[in-house]
Design a protein. Structure first.
Length: 216
């Protein structure tokens, strides 16, 4: 849908106004290390069918157990901070990473809850296919949002997969739990700041244009 001159101006105004709230967000230290991508891919639990998962031999230990082993065998290892976390943002398009995180995880939360109710689970192939579809969500801004969403998924694809994997793994402490709150997760990942709204939420709260204004 094409934007009118007025709506385009409002969009840019909102975008740059919100930039001021981002100036002290992403100057954090690195994140705690986690299971490696290789370990995740080799996990035989991924290959289980889409029927209800049951406890059995051959499924890797839960993430909590792995973290416990790591803490007793040596010092914790910090992962390198992701590029968007190393310095304060100077690009208003950074806000779309927060949009991508909140919109994407909200959709996945609904899907995961549906699978739990149906006593089903994604295979590894289906899970990654579903994650890769997040940027095609209609709620994602086509002009800027999808490009930033692709950048977000490049950094967070495996993090998202691990969270869902824990829910599907009967040996996990999070088995068949709902995905955590998308807003809380995105703040934890330093993709958003506390209380931050998506661009769609901001635009929906704006007063509607008066009759005749759009024709100006």
């Amino acid at each position: 849908m094409r934007m009118t001159r007025r709506s385009s101006s409002v969009f840019r105004g909102v975008l740059f106004a919100l930039l001021g709230t981002f100036q002290s967000t992403y100057d954090t230290a690195g994140l705690f290390g986690d299971l490696t991508d290789a370990q995740l891919r080799e996990d035989p639990g991924w290959e289980r069918s889409t029927t209800r998962l049951r406890k059995s031999a051959g499924i890797s230990i839960s993430k909590k157990a792995a973290a416990s082993r790591l803490s007793t065998s040596g010092p914790l290892i910090f992962a390198e901070a992701r590029p968007h976390q190393r310095s304060q943002p100077n690009d208003p398009l950074r806000m779309f990473r927060c949009d991508a995180c909140q919109i994407g995880l909200t959709r996945l939360k609904d899907d995961v809850q549906f699978l739990i109710q149906k006593e089903r689970a994604w295979t590894k192939k289906d899970l990654f296919k579903r994650i890769d579809m997040l940027c095609q969500d209609p709620a994602m801004n086509e002009q800027y949002g999808r490009a930033q969403c692709a950048d977000f998924l490049k950094d967070r694809r495996m993090d998202i997969a691990r969270k869902i994997r824990d829910i599907q793994n009967p040996d996990s402490d999070y088995f068949e739990e709902s995905l955590p709150s998308p807003k809380e997760t995105c703040v934890e990942w330093n993709e958003c700041i506390p209380g931050q709204k998506t661009l769609n939420e901001v635009l929906n709260e704006m007063p509607e244009a008066q009759p005749g204004e759009q024709s100006r």
